[in-house]
Design a protein around this ligand. Structure first.
Ligand SMILES: *Cc1c(COP(=O)(O)O)cnc(C)c1O
Length: 449
């Protein structure tokens, strides 16, 4: 059971409470995407009115330091001048033509220049669409049916991939949602992340049936989980040896962990890559790309169907292009690594001082503090270890930080993001808040699993 959050509707969040009541009457659950509903921490979502740089302002006028950045896209912070100017310029010329524009080629060239393994790329409108299209292409290219994914990895709400996805229970081949047929789920095999032996055994048994192995090269969607080199090497070698494709889902990690994404940072070469979030600069745009000989199977170059009325939308292309150009011209990655390290150390010290057991995982500007029940931290390497987290303790931490003006992920199973706008002073204010908050949290009993 979730701890009952303190009464936060009375004064400070009165307008959010009213906004949520209004939304619930007309929108299922009051939100247009479930992660926003605070289901993982209990209580009601906060409604926002505006954002600037690393800050959010809610409808009651409360100011928060933002560690979500729209779940990843806002690596430059909110309303970056270069992005705002590009959107304005594009707006003045028209918002959609349903016909090709030169801006789409410019963004494609930029993506290809940044991401080492991409030779050709298609623009779509969401990460879900990118993943769905990559799966169809992998099946069309190989003539095989089976897709391999890993428990706790999220690839959008594609039917065949909504099996042991994200924060839901990891069960072999069982759909996460009503509405997904057993037939659809049957062609998806779910394995534990970071277990190369499981992957090897599967390829030994069914290698000739596998179209693709799909993975988050650094996982952000069960909280942050770091891959082992052996696991990534096994995924690359086995797919290559058996004629299957390796698809890296870099919707979250692309342009975040390095300009060339996790694949550049970790030195892996996938056949296909999905991109989203940052590539659209805060507007709805995503992409999938990779080997030219595979991408040339997409219609009208090839026969694998994929289309979109708003694909390559000029406004989204302008925002994405400006974002990638800014990241290329002024790479924030050293700054983000420095701030990430400082925040990690601060959280570690705060947990130790409070006597709270936590596993802290971080790569660059992505991080998760996993609350645990034992006396010493256990490495989180996959869904089995992530699922053992003390989510009630996370909920208490989340609300304590909200009360201190810090907006963290509203679930144990989501990573936090630092933006290029964050400063050392922001990080120090956050770790001071965490120290005070965890001292409070430690006074509440840790709950049984
Ligand atoms: C967010 C995310 C998606 C889904 O993208 P949407 O734009 O929300 O459809 C897919 N894969 C990963 C790794 C993601 O983080």
């Amino acid at each position: 059971m979730k701890p009952t959050p303190p009464d936060r509707t009375a004064d400070r969040r009165r307008s959010s409470h009213a906004a949520f009541a209004r939304a619930r009457a007309v929108i299922p659950g009051g939100v247009n995407s479930p992660a926003r509903a605070f289901g993982g921490v209990g209580g009601e979502p906060i409604f926002f009115a505006s954002a600037q740089g690393q800050h959010l302002t809610d409808v009651d006028g409360n100011l928060y330091l933002d560690y979500i950045g729209s779940w990843g896209p806002m690596i430059l912070g909110h309303r970056h001048p270069r992005v705002v100017a590009a959107i304005g310029k594009s707006l003045a010329t028209g918002t959609s033509y349903g016909a090709p524009t030169e801006g789409e080629s410019k963004l494609a060239e930029l993506i290809i220049a940044c991401v080492p393994s991409i030779e050709k790329v298609r623009l779509v409108s969401s990460g879900t669409e990118a993943a769905m299209s990559a799966v169809r292409l992998a099946r069309g290219f190989t003539g095989r049916d089976v897709i391999v994914k890993f428990a706790g990895n999220y690839h959008g709400h594609v039917d065949s991939l909504l099996v042991a996805a994200g924060s839901s229970a990891a069960t072999l081949g069982v759909p996460n949602s009503p509405g997904i047929t057993a037939g659809t789920a049957r062609d998806t095999v779910v394995l534990e992340y970071n277990e190369p032996e499981e992957l090897e055994a599967l390829f030994r048994a069914r290698g000739g049936e596998i179209a693709a192995v799909l993975l988050e090269p650094v996982v952000g969607n069960m909280g942050l989980v770091v891959p082992s080199a052996e696991f990534l090497t096994a995924a690359r070698d086995l797919t290559r040896r058996h004629g299957a494709l390796l698809v890296c889902d870099e919707v979250m990690t692309g342009f975040r962990l390095a300009l060339g994404g996790a694949q550049q940072l970790l030195g892996i070469e996938p056949d296909l890559t999905t991109l989203g979030k940052i590539v659209g600069g805060g507007l709805p745009l995503a992409a999938y790309g990779g080997r030219a000989d595979v991408m040339d199977h997409v219609l009208p170059a090839g026969k694998v169907f994929q289309a979109g009325t708003l694909s390559g939308n000029p406004l989204a292309v302008a925002a994405g292009t400006a974002t990638l150009e800014q990241l290329r011209d002024h790479p924030p990655y050293a700054h983000l690594e420095r701030l990430g390290g400082r925040l990690e150390a601060g959280f570690r010290d705060a947990a130790a001082a409070a006597g709270i057991t936590a596993w802290i995982a971080r790569v660059g500007s992505m991080m998760t503090i996993f609350f645990q029940r034992g006396t010493s931290p256990v490495p989180v390497t996959g869904w089995r270890t992530a699922a053992a987290s003390d989510t009630d303790r996370y909920a208490a931490f989340f609300w304590g930080m909200i009360d201190r003006g810090v907006y963290l992920p509203c679930s144990q199973y989501e990573a936090l993001f630092i933006s290029a706008c964050h400063t050392e002073a922001d990080i120090d204010r956050t770790t001071a808040a965490a120290a005070a908050c965890l001292a409070d949290v430690a006074k509440q009993p840790s709950t049984a699993p």
